[in-house]
Design a protein around this ligand. Structure first.
Ligand code: ATP
Length: 458
């Protein structure tokens, strides 16, 4: 595992995974663009999540709701009044900090100040003589609440101008569509609705590459269940999420549950757990799993005056379902995957190489098509590329010696390298080299598709 975040940033930049946003204009702080490989990796990750949470589950439905919603949604959900972080300014150097994170960083994660009252945070900072990380002074302003919602306006003239918000999470789109999905899918509680999409937060201290950004993607799942079955489901989803992370290849040693203490729990939540990952900068939240009770649906019932209750025809009861929510950021998870898989000096059996030891299904390219000698083998290699790329994302590389091309593909995690040589011309056989074992097998061209499918299913 890579130890330094800078190495990951450089690696991503050099290999076409992630570039600095608006780079030719000097960039925009903490904004990032996904390059060709980053885009593929991200898409594969979203596909795996979608499969595990939506398509492979009987009682599960997908949704793609609008980013800009009626502003009352955000009033009802409480975001307009309380989606805020504690902002504290250093009087000396004017640097702005998130006060709870100052405490977390100071105690190296041992104390979590999430959910503390401002006075308590201020006292803790004073008593422990916590200093400004930028200039070292200990002279802070009082804490102010800073709302994270991005505001915008719609309308063509000033008269019709009205304030809207970019969604701060995708979950609210799910809650306001609860009845639509239930009705049109004839869904029976318990059931879940999943959504993947952009969310926006005007973070006070974005940073650590794509760990905390202002524009990011979330994969959120709202599971609606009968009251009093929620804690059972909470435990189910906790384990399901952890299993998913292991399935996509994250090292167990870098993962842990962190249950929220009573003090930290939101007032409406019966239980909340974060799955944390050991990033190069320390343990950090990767996935939040919360038992949100009937809070969200009730908020929307009260504000919209619509009936969002559910009639359970099996028991003849009417109730407002409880909700268990597993919510994970695509970008943050992608960072964990890259930190886990990237090894600049991977050494096994005495061979040292730069390796992205990523789950084969996540790899940006599944197969690299490599003609041994360009002049002799390129035509056939091109045909094979055209054929295989109909099913699998493939790259074609004809420059440099074959060893170099293998190394290049190891570095970006390509599971299979296919060499086209004289044997291919003579008897239609190709050599397939597997990334992790570096073993080579000879198969017929016509077997390639099946060979890759079988390896990916393993
Ligand atoms: P944090 O305490 O790190 O600010 P949070 O508790 O506010 O996170 P949630 O509102 O629970 O986060 O969001 C669910 C998930 O979305 C997080 O677990 C994380 O993976 C992701 N996420 C949240 N904020 C950001 C961000 N600014 N940049 C990238 N991902 C984010």
């Amino acid at each position: 595992m890579v130890k330094n975040l800078k190495d990951i940033v450089n690696y991503c930049n050099q290999n076409g995974f992630i570039f600095q946003g608006s780079e030719i204009y000097g960039g925009l702080a903490n904004s990032w663009d996904y390059g060709p490989l980053g885009r593929e990796l991200k898409e594969n990750l979203k596909k795996m999540w979608w499969k595990e949470f939506v398509t492979n589950k009987k009682n599960s439905y997908g949704l793609d709701s609008a980013i800009i919603m009626n502003p009352n949604v955000w009033v009802a959900s409480g975001h307009v009044t309380s989606f805020a972080d504690p902002l504290i300014d250093c009087k000396k150097c004017k640097a702005r900090h998130r006060a709870d994170k100052l405490i977390e960083d100071f105690t190296e994660g041992k104390v979590t100040a999430d959910g503390w009252e401002n006075e308590k945070i201020e006292e803790y900072i004073k008593e422990n003589n916590i200093k400004c990380p930028t200039c070292g002074a200990n002279d802070f302003t009082p804490i102010r609440k800073f709302n994270l919602l991005f505001e915008s306006y719609i309308g063509v003239t000033d008269d019709t101008k009205s304030k809207v918000y970019l969604r701060g999470e995708t979950a609210q789109g799910i809650f306001v569509n609860f009845k639509n999905v239930e009705r049109t899918m004839r869904a029976k509680v318990p059931f879940g609705i999943g959504q993947i999409g952009k969310a926006f937060r005007n973070e006070i201290t974005p940073g650590n590459f794509i760990f905390r950004v202002r524009e990011f993607e979330q994969m959120e799942y709202e599971f609606f269940c009968k009251p009093d079955t929620d804690l059972e489901w909470f435990s189910y989803w906790k384990n399901y999420c952890m299993d998913f992370l292991k399935k996509i290849g994250l090292n167990e040693e870098n993962l842990r549950f962190r249950d929220h203490s009573k003090e930290e729990l939101s007032f409406y939540s019966k239980a909340t757990t974060d799955i944390e990952y050991l990033f190069p900068m320390g343990w950090g939240e990767l996935w939040g799993i919360a038992d949100r009770t009937d809070y969200d649906l009730n908020c929307h019932i009260n504000h919209s005056k619509e009936d969002l209750s559910y009639f359970d025809s099996d028991t003849n009861e009417r109730y407002v379902p409880y909700v268990v929510e597993p919510s994970v950021g695509v970008d943050r998870l992608l960072l964990a995957i890259l930190c886990d898989a990237y090894n600049p000096n991977y050494n096994e059996n005495g061979v040292e190489r730069e390796l992205l030891k990523i789950n084969y299904n996540l790899a940006p390219y599944k197969v690299a098509i490599l003609p041994l000698i360009k002049k002799k083998h390129a035509d056939l290699a091109n045909q094979i590329f055209e054929d295989i790329s109909k099913t699998y994302s493939a790259c074609y590389d004809e420059s440099g010696n074959i060893g170099k091309r293998y190394r290049r593909n190891d570095a970006i995690g390509t599971p299979f390298c296919v060499t086209i040589d004289d044997n291919t011309l003579e008897n239609n056989t190709i050599t397939v080299r597997e990334r992790d074992t570096m073993e080579q097998v000879t198969i017929q061209v016509s077997e390639l598709n099946d060979y890759i499918r079988k390896q990916l299913e393993k």
